[in-house]
Design a protein around this ligand. Sequence first.
Ligand code: FAD
Ligand code: NAD
Length: 530
Amino acid sequence: MQFTRGSAVVSRSLATRSRFPAAARKHLFNRSLSTTSILREEHNAGQDVPLPKPKRFNFKTFAKVLGGATLLSIAGSLGMFIYVTQKDRHPGTQLPYDPEKKTIVILGSGWGATSLLKTLDTSEYNVVIISPKNYFLFTPLLPSVAVGTLSAKAILQPTRYLARHKARAVTVIEAEAKEIDPFNKTVTFEDDTEIKGEVSHTTIPYDYLVHAVGAEVQTFGIPGVQEKACFMKELNDAEIMQRRFKDCIESAAFPGQDDAEIDRLLHIVIVGGGPTGIEVSGEIHDFLEDDLKAWYPELAGRIRISLVEALPSVLPMFSKQLIEYTESTFKESKIDILTKTMVKEVKDRSVVLQMPDKSIQDVPCGMVVWAGGNKGRKITQDLMAKYPSAQTNRRGLVVDDHLRLAGANGSIFAIGCISCPSLEQATVTVTDPEEKAKFDSDIGTTKKLISNVKVRPFNYSHQGSLAYIGSDKAIADLPFANGNIASAGVATFLFWRSAYLSTLFSLRNRTLVANDWIITKIFGRDLSRD
Ligand code: FAD
Ligand code: NAD
């Protein structure tokens, strides 16, 4: 049954009548009369009282106000954008080098080094940064560069930019550190670039050294990996992969190519089911779906992507349901996952696989992308060798709760991609009594320093794991209360994008990345090969 608004109020008033005393009923009844025009008409029946005209919605006024407010907010945002960018481009004058202050030398310009530089109070120190790359590379978006979704410039930030914004001038040196002498507190470095000046090798002193050189690709000495596979670690790797992938497609399109050769050229093998391998597979799949199908219709359907993983499952750091979600998304995307399968050799035209049943197969392919993990750099191993009694963990540098290198008496810090067991844990592994005594004395000195200086201990806070898996889908394991929230799909992909956009270090990078995403959505990826 349908009621008008008026009848509904009347029936409600009648219903109340039976439950309330007369005075209250009168009050309620009058209230309901005054609230409805229909009842007012009944109440004033017979009298000629003009009803007030209902207010008409004035669209013109509304549009005027809305237009004005929009213009004002656009002008305000533009003004703010111009102010922030100009302030960014023209930072104020900096304090000069101060011989009275201690000098911190930072090795590296990656995640660890850049995060430190960003927060370091340079008015208290002289700072020198030494790195073979004069920029910070935003690695999470590197696979997007490999398929041309983003341009390389969008994810690079010159280290000098950050240095220029510090209170005191920071010296940035593009060079590779070759040797650390912790006893004389010096570091020796070399210009390893193509063009060198007359001086390309020198040594400088430090008061504190921050070792943040990251890791390098681990190939396990597998034949052919170093020479024939593409990597996904540095900017150059992404550019090489993009060039090689496009080369495979153009070679497959070469007139007269036979079917078997086309299938070989269009078979892309990705090694490693960690997040890097997963993200690269997802990005290649997107390139195929969004662009190659339109521009190479006769070839696109023949492109095969195989992901090879030695372990029984991909993404061991994610929860089980997210692993299953990734596997089923890859199945839909026609990406083959070969688990319990180990790459034994990379050849010019194929990859040798040890299958789960231990049989060996020579699988033809056009390109191999190696995402098989990382290991410590030579300079890190050399540094460890200088402290044989304290640096006993093969997986990485041993540091204390304050990231001070075990054995270095508080003058060397190590941050970034390294394993950090506590000093107490490390002592357990020192068995030789003489070495243990020396090591214990190191711990004593370091602990004394910590209590004297009153520095807060480093506290690792896990922000969660996020990975892009292609087809506009991402997976996320996020810490929540005492547990974890697992989320996957398109909404998580939007979260992934906004999380990384906000994590980019500068407004310039955020603008470039957002712009590239829009351009790629509208015009597609660039297919030209340089
Ligand atoms: P790096 O960031 O690698 O920095 C090392 C720096 O040292 C570099 O600037 C290098 O040029 C410099 N250097 C090297 N040798 C020398 C030398 N001899 N002397 C001086 N300087 C030297 N992690 C996440 O948490 N989330 C992600 O989404 C994520 N995505 C990733 C995607 C890809 C494709 C890759 C490759 C990694 C990703 N990572 C991600 C891992 C993350 O990049 C590393 O954990 C992080 O870079 C480690 O920081 P770091 O400072 O130790 O090393
Ligand atoms: P990884 O070490 O996480 O994974 C490498 C994988 O390759 C391993 O699963 C290993 O079993 C496999 N592998 C090694 N040799 C093999 C062989 N011969 N045959 C078959 N499989 C082989 O390496 P990664 O994915 O490059 O990640 C490196 C680091 O960077 C990790 O700490 C990771 O968490 C981080 N990372 C994080 C993200 C993210 O959070 N989205 C993305 C990329 C990298």
